[in-house]
Design a protein around this ligand. Structure first.
Ligand SMILES: Cc1ncc(COP(=O)(O)O)c(C=O)c1O
Length: 437
């Protein structure tokens, strides 16, 4: 274990208790599975608070920092309230995410609205609820947003999302910063966009530039380069348009440790690189130091979450493979089947600690590709055992579906050695509530 949450596979205070069961912050996972049934998402508040504090501490040398949680990673009212109380704002990408914040009584005064195809209704809703700013992604949206702002008699603060042309060494489906991306303005389009804002779109006020260069990033230099490129663009805009933008948003992307092969930097290392780049490049370019936004998603919540499943059927193909099937899979965690994501897991209810059997964990969904973990050593897994899959706090619940009409799992939050329900298990009635027969 290191001191940094994103460098550990397990939540803080994960141990085997006197009964021989896995527990997190004083909560026995086997008991939780019994009480709340499986599949079950479990979030540990201690781990979440520690990561939030690490982010705050890491950027404390640069007081002009605003931290937004990229809520696409995990949007629930209870989690949003915890992060709001820690001083985080939010990066949202849909009316649904905005609505969830408002439902949790969180105002939009520290919220950024991202996305490559926001609709008229979404923008209207965001402005009606006084969102702080919109990160505009393309020319279509500039025109649409100006119209919405005019209708509401507002001058709306915006950032322009750009693609700074940085490639990160991560899975190609989650790269977004390279030039060939569906997101944002290519640098060659910036002049035209700024001309339009300054001359035609009188209800928009450009405050800064925004980029996001990828996800599950293990390098630090890319953040230095990202800040440098954005500041150089700001300098060009200052010289060309006599307009000094004083806000930058560097997105999210810090990686976490899903398996022992993963080796992400800590948030302190990332923060140092970013702050160094801002200091050096602002000085070199003669710019004021800007307000800095960052938008971590995965690294803030992922390691605080685990998923619990019950093992059901097993199938052994002599000399080839043993499958053990769980009561969940690609509908509650689509990442392995979507982009080959890897996870670590353990049996939660076993006394012995020798991992002695290599198996493949199969989901229950009707796709051969619904394999949660291929070839993992587990402690003599048997029907009825509880499987704990680590690092499922991000992009699992938020990406879950009702594939095969299977109900979405519940989520509990561990706080003060007790678990409380923060998402109820979906019911059959809810599953068909929108059916019109
Ligand atoms: C614009 C933007 N900001 C932030 C994030 C969060 O990234 P991560 O979860 O890797 O920190 C994403 C993720 O896709 C994103 O698209």
């Amino acid at each position: 274990m290191t001191n940094y949450v994103n460098q550990n596979i397990k939540p803080l205070n994960t141990k085997i208790n006197e009964k021989g069961n896995l527990e997190i912050s004083g909560c026995d996972l086997t008991e939780l599975a019994k009480e709340y049934k499986t599949p079950l998402y479990v979030m540990d508040k201690n781990t979440l608070l520690k990561m939030a504090q690490d982010y705050k501490d890491a950027f404390s040398n640069y007081p002009k920092t605003r931290m937004l949680f990229a809520s696409k990673a995990l949007m629930t009212g209870a989690i949003a309230q915890i992060l709001h109380n820690c001083g985080f704002g939010f990066d949202v990408v849909s009316m649904g995410e905005i609505y969830t914040l408002l439902n949790a009584k969180i105002p939009l005064d520290n919220v950024s609205f991202n996305g490559n195809n926001k609709s008229y209704e979404e923008l209207k809703f965001a402005l009606e609820n006084n969102i702080d700013h919109i990160s505009v992604d393309n020319f279509y949206e500039l025109e649409l947003l100006d119209k919405v702002a005019k209708e509401q008699n507002k001058i709306q603060k915006i950032h322009l999302r750009i693609t700074p042309g940085i490639e990160c060494h991560t899975h190609e489906y989650i790269q977004t910063g390279q030039t060939d991306s569906k997101f944002g303005f290519d640098l060659s389009m910036l002049d035209k966009a700024i001309n339009l804002i300054l001359n035609d779109y009188k209800n928009l006020k450009l405050a800064g530039l925004h980029a996001h260069i990828g996800s599950q990033i293990f390098e630090t230099q890319v953040y230095y380069d990202e800040a440098k490129i954005i500041l150089e663009e700001i300098k060009k805009i200052k010289d060309k348009f006599n307009l000094e933008l004083n806000e930058i948003n560097l997105g999210g992307g810090l990686g976490i440790t899903y398996t022992k092969e993963d080796n992400p930097p800590s948030v302190y290392e990332i923060a140092q690189v970013i702050i160094k780049s801002i200091n050096e490049n602002c000085e070199r370019l003669g710019l004021e130091k800007p307000l800095l936004y960052i938008e971590p998603g995965r690294s803030l919540v992922c390691s605080a979450g685990v998923s619990l499943y019950t093992i059901g059927s097993t199938k052994e193909i002599e000399g080839i493979r043993k499958y053990i099937a769980i009561d969940g899979g690609m509908a509650d965690n689509p990442r392995p089947s979507m982009y080959g994501a890897k996870y670590s897991a353990e049996i939660a209810n076993k006394k012995e600690t020798i991992k002695n059997e290599k198996v493949t964990i199969a989901g229950k969904f009707c796709e051969s590709g619904d394999i949660l973990i291929k070839d993992i050593e587990l402690n003599n897994p048997k029907t009825g055992d509880i499987l704990c899959v680590y690092d499922t706090g991000a992009y699992c619940y938020s990406m879950s579906s009702n594939y095969n009409c299977v109900l979405k799992p519940a989520m509990v939050l561990i706080e003060d050695s007790k678990a409380k329900l923060i998402i109820k298990r979906q019911t059959l009635e809810q599953l068909v509530q929108n059916d019109v027969i």
